[in-house]
Write a protein that binds this ligand. Structure first.
Ligand code: ATP
Length: 450
């Protein structure tokens, strides 16, 4: 993880928030490469959910919601973690994340000092809206995006003539006052979620639950994630959230071990029932195709962390390998060389293609700039003319750029360029007129080889 964290900083994927003031716990900033990666992961999910599913539509609800929302959802009462403090070293722990013996003996796992009693700690960030800081002005930063979908479900049925079963997808920020934030961007106080809520008739919920488990697994497979680094974990009775009938996590093998990446939950009709109760509005669905039958739908939720997916993609892509030092056109270099490479799927890579003139002089830089200008409309491009070509390839490998185009003297004569592949380091010559089509084809048929 240290290697990934330092690469992320060095190459501008992720920076510590407010670093010049010593950093802000639980918050991170996404740099030029990081925001591109995050946007592409979000776009892949959004395409999967909305474009590829005729029965799912999108939404972008506000972060600030009426405070009654969180009473109805059960978060005010139940969204708590068990907290203990060490009286001696002052370290704070989640009681469910340290060995039970320590809790029983009230002994700090770090320093052996005495632990406080376990108390419940609500994870919602509370603030005030308006000038008066009284109880009437309390407002929460949303701890999940889901509730914004539930309170809009009737609006969406009416405006978009949706029929059950159907889904609503949303990507957005969520906030949790996490007791322990560690492991880089894995668990943070400010993060982003990609959630899809699928509304079904009670009785069909288990079938849909299994179907969504299947679809979410297939999605990661399509994204090219190492499938032996993914597994299912079913929530036991003690783990189930207050709203859930059944829940499975997709776990990823992060450097610190197996951890949750995404949850698939059967939330039953709990949320819409509670909103009916607290808002006084009728949240029943009226089935026009079945004698206006009325019922409160069940909800199958797929809830993935976007920022946690960024970490997963970085970990999954990270590789170091010993290679022969590279020259152009495959000429073997002398000494062996370690390279760090991020093997991103080309559709997720922050830069798709880098254009590199072999030399700055003799018109090669101008020709390379022309080629970049042409590619730019369709691809995320970079341009680099500084330093030896082998070193420039390494820089692109570290950024996860799947393709490099090198412009040399032959390019001036016959209009061909070198196309260099990140994973295999193979180099081929391609007429520059065919470059865009070739890249499109390579992206479409990409298969990870290592
Ligand atoms: P945990 O028990 O680990 O605190 P959770 O089970 O409460 O997490 P969910 O409420 O199911 O998590 O959240 C859905 C998804 O949102 C998670 O799978 C994860 O990807 C993401 N997520 C939740 N909390 C955080 C966080 N603090 N930082 C980053 N991502 C988060």
């Amino acid at each position: 993880m240290e290697k990934i964290t330092s690469l992320a900083k060095r190459r501008g994927f992720v920076f510590q928030s407010s670093e010049i003031y010593g950093g802000q716990n639980g918050a991170w900033d996404y740099g030029p490469l990081g925001i591109e990666l995050k946007n592409r992961i979000a776009a892949a999910w959004w395409k999967e959910m909305t474009q590829l599913h005729d029965d799912i539509v999108g939404l972008d609800a506000a972060i600030l919601m009426h405070p009654r929302t969180w009473e109805a959802s059960g978060h005010v009462e139940n969204f708590t973690d068990p907290l203990v403090d060490c009286k001696k070293c002052k370290t704070r722990f989640r009681a469910d994340q340290i060995p039970e013996e320590n809790i029983a003996a009230k002994k700090c796992p770090e320093c052996g000092g005495e632990l406080t009693d376990t108390r419940k700690f609500n994870l919602m960030f509370k603030t005030h809206i308006g000038p008066a800081e009284d109880t009437a002005s309390v407002i929460y930063l949303r701890p999940e995006t889901a509730q914004g979908i539930y309170v809009n479900y009737k609006n969406i049925i009416q405006s978009n003539r949706m029929k059950i079963p159907f889904g609503i997808a949303q990507i957005g920020k969520a906030f949790r006052n996490e007791i322990v934030t560690k492991n880089f961007i894995f668990r943070t106080c400010e993060f982003e979620q990609m959630e899809m809520q699928y509304f079904v008739k009670g009785g069909t919920d288990e079938e849909w639950f299994n179907e969504w488990r299947r679809r979410r697994w297939a999605y990661y497979e399509k994204l090219g994630v190492k499938m032996d680094h993914l597994r299912w974990h079913q929530h036991g009775p003690g783990e189930l959230a207050h709203y859930a009938k059944d829940a499975y996590d997709i776990e990823y093998l992060f450097p610190m071990g197996w951890r949750e990446l995404e949850g698939v939950h059967n939330r039953t009709d709990y949320d819409l029932r509670r909103h009916t109760e607290y808002s006084g509005k009728d949240m029943q669905y009226i089935d026009q195709d079945n004698n206006s039958e009325r019922y409160i739908p069940y909800i199958i939720e797929t809830s993935a962390g976007l920022t946690r997916n960024v970490l997963m993609v970085l970990c999954d892509a990270y590789d170091e390998e010993l290679v022969a030092s590279e020259k152009k056109d495959g000429a073997e270099g002398s000494a062996d060389d370690w390279r760090t490479v991020l093997r991103f799927h080309p559709s997720l890579a922050p830069v798709t293609v880098a254009v590199l003139p072999l030399m700055k002089k003799d018109g090669l830089a101008e020709l390379a700039q022309d080629i970049r200008r042409e590619l730019k409309e369709d691809f995320a491009t970079d341009y680099d003319q500084a330093g030896a070509i082998g070193r420039r390839y390494r820089r692109q490998d570290e950024a996860g750029t799947p393709f490099c185009v090198t412009v040399d003297y032959q390019s001036k004569e016959d209009g061909t360029v070198t196309l260099r592949f990140r994973d295999s380091m193979e180099q081929i010559r391609v007429p520059k007129a065919e470059l865009a089509a070739r890249l499109r084809q390579e992206i479409k048929t990409y298969k990870r080889i290592k």
